[in-house]
Write a protein that binds this ligand. Structure first.
Ligand code: UT7
Length: 323
């Protein structure tokens, strides 16, 4: 059988770091409120020369270097983003070009904060279906460009950045002990559209629009939805929380991360939390958190790693990977 195995990982962050205190002159807020309610202490904000494609391409180069591969080895570039540089063509095609890849194909996926979970699952199916051998799966965002900088309920929460994985087809017995993507679960429910959305777009206003969120409402649903897909993945893989080495959740709010881990019985020391460094980077948050935990030596080859995200739509999903 074919398994989609992680061969490399990389990330890229904008140069500029914005601390919580830097918001104090912009909206009525405080470092204390942001840190206590969300766990966020800082986020990176893209400069004029930093775009979703430039950040995505930098993360992809880092992942290729980590994998010991060149752009020629890649036949699919899959980009999860809700902040594409243009309405079309896809940011993935721009990144493919920036990397100098002249074969294969590239496209974007849009599932907001769950984008990377949807993309890694999609890449896995393209690999298993024989349409791709090595895939760059990238989460890249410049959410700072769609924020309403007068709305304290949202502008303090998000940041910019990118993370990328190289997934590779490998012949495998495909047991739980074998490396690669073991199981996944995806969900969406459009009845929650108005709780987290952008109030513009090409088909409606003809403008880009700004992010709008009823934070408390999103919070109310988050833990239940997250635990629902994770329990589904546990059942598919025949494991319990005790079998996990690492839990790498979407980084929106430390209180959501802690409550989800508690409800699932995942030990605190297995939880990777980077929300304090990056804020909520939407589709980039999971690969950015993975990058940090791989770089500092926590996540090692053979570890069982659970990824999860939930966001606008609502969309939500989980993926289990033998690293
Ligand atoms: O990635 C996609 C998924 N998104 C999420 O997971 C986000 C989910 N939601 C959240 O993380 C939280 O709901 C927030 C962090 C957005 C808000 O935290 P909360 O504990 O739910 O606060 P709240 O919305 O209930 O607001 C409490 C108070 C309000 O004032 P009143 O009405 O009690 O007087 C807000 O106006 O805090 C006020 N507030 C602020 N105060 C200082 C809201 N934003 C701020 C702010 N600084 N930045």
């Amino acid at each position: 059988m074919i398994r989609s195995v992680v061969r490399g990982i990389g990330s890229a962050l904008p140069r500029r770091i914005m601390k919580n205190a830097d918001f104090e002159g912009i909206v009525e807020t405080s470092d204390e409120w942001i840190a206590q309610r969300t766990g966020i202490r800082q986020r990176h904000i893209a400069g004029d020369d930093e775009t979703t494609a430039s950040l995505g391409a930098d993360a992809a180069r880092a992942a290729l270097s980590n994998a010991g591969l060149t752009p020629d080895d890649i036949d699919l570039v899959l980009v999860a983003t809700s902040t594409p540089d243009n309405t079309f063509p896809a940011t993935a095609v721009d990144i493919q070009n920036r990397l100098g890849i002249r074969h294969g194909f590239a496209f974007d996926m849009q599932a907001v904060c769950s984008g990377f979970i949807y993309a890694i699952t999609t890449a896995d199916l393209y690999i298993k279906g024989g349409l791709a051998t090595r895939v760059l799966v990238i989460g890249a965002e410049t959410f700072s460009r769609i924020l309403d900088w007068t709305d304290r309920g949202t502008c303090v929460l998000f940041g910019d950045g990118s993370g990328a994985l190289v997934l590779e087809a490998v012949e495998s017995q495909a047991t739980l002990a074998d490396r690669g993507i073991v199981a996944a679960s995806l969900r969406s429910d459009g009845t929650h559209k108005d709780k987290l959305f952008v109030d513009g777009g090409p088909g409606t206003t003809g403008t880009v629009g700004h992010l709008r969120m009823e934070g408390r409402e999103v919070f109310k649903h988050a833990v239940g939805m997250i635990t629902d897909v994770i329990e589904d993945v546990f059942a598919k893989a025949g494991i319990t929380a005790d079998d996990l080495d690492w839990f790498v959740p979407h980084q929106a709010n430390k209180r959501i991360i802690d409550a989800s881990a508690r409800k699932l019985g995942i030990a605190e020391e297995k939880v990777v939390t980077t929300v304090q460094l990056h804020g909520n980077t939407s589709a980039a948050s999971v690969p950015l958190a993975l990058s940090v935990a791989v770089a500092d030596g926590r996540i090692k080859k053979g570890d069982l790693v659970l990824l999860e995200a939930m966001g606008g739509g609502f969309t939500w999903g989980a993926v289990l990977v033998r690293w």
